[in-house]
Design a protein around this ligand. Structure first.
Ligand code: AMP
Length: 177
């Protein structure tokens, strides 16, 4: 059996792109992790290591890079995958949640019937920055009466204090900067 992937190996593969999409942002590019079969599988292992198949009813993924990790995590946990999308993308009836951006605001949406009340849910995104996106997604899960077991990120930018916005939920990240 190949050796287990460590968070350090994933960290080494993440590419830092300065000033993308605008000046001052250090963009964490996860595509080299996805392109490496062993690292991608290892990232999914690390994201889901707290849970066994049968203990989770759905993995909720956040638009757009969160989908990649959340969908793979759902197949590993043998449960469903539910997308939280930017407003206007989902075809059926939705519930929506606004959240603040640095300038202005954004809205995320989920199908009204995406989760059953009481469903055991993990929320996954690639990266925790200020926490606004994940907090809005968590609010949608709660509106449908589902239970959040954990909010899980591949990467956390600790200096932005995103966890503050996620108080009351267990939060875990594989790599922190
Ligand atoms: P926030 O709502 O501030 O926590 O922002 C989180 C969302 O923005 C995530 O879905 C990330 O994909 C994306 N994001 C924010 N900052 C970065 C960054 N430095 N590198 C890559 N993605 C980022």
């Amino acid at each position: 059996m190949p050796s287990a992937v460590t968070p350090q190996e994933i960290e080494q593969a993440i590419r830092n792109v300065p000033d993308f999409p605008k000046a001052g942002i250090q963009f964490k590019d996860i595509t080299p992790v996805l392109a490496d079969a062993r690292l991608f599988a290892g990232a999914i292992e690390l994201l889901t290591e707290q849970f066994r198949p049968g203990s989770v009813d759905a993995v909720v993924g956040i638009d757009a890079r969160g989908f990649i990790f959340a969908a793979a995590a759902a197949t590993r946990l043998q449960c469903g995958f539910v997308p939280v999308r930017k407003k206007g993308k989902l075809p059926y009836r939705t519930i929506e949640q606004d959240y603040a951006l640095e300038y202005g605001q954004a809205t995320v949406a989920m199908h009204v019937d995406a989760l059953k009340p009481g469903a055991r849910v993990i929320l996954i995104d690639d990266l925790l920055a200020t926490g606004g996106t994940a907090a809005a997604a968590a609010a949608l899960v709660k509106k449908l009466g589902a239970r959040i077991l954990e909010i899980t990120f591949l990467i956390e930018l600790k200096f932005l204090n995103g966890r503050e916005k996620l108080k009351g939920h267990p939060v875990r990240s594989v790599i922190t900067y």
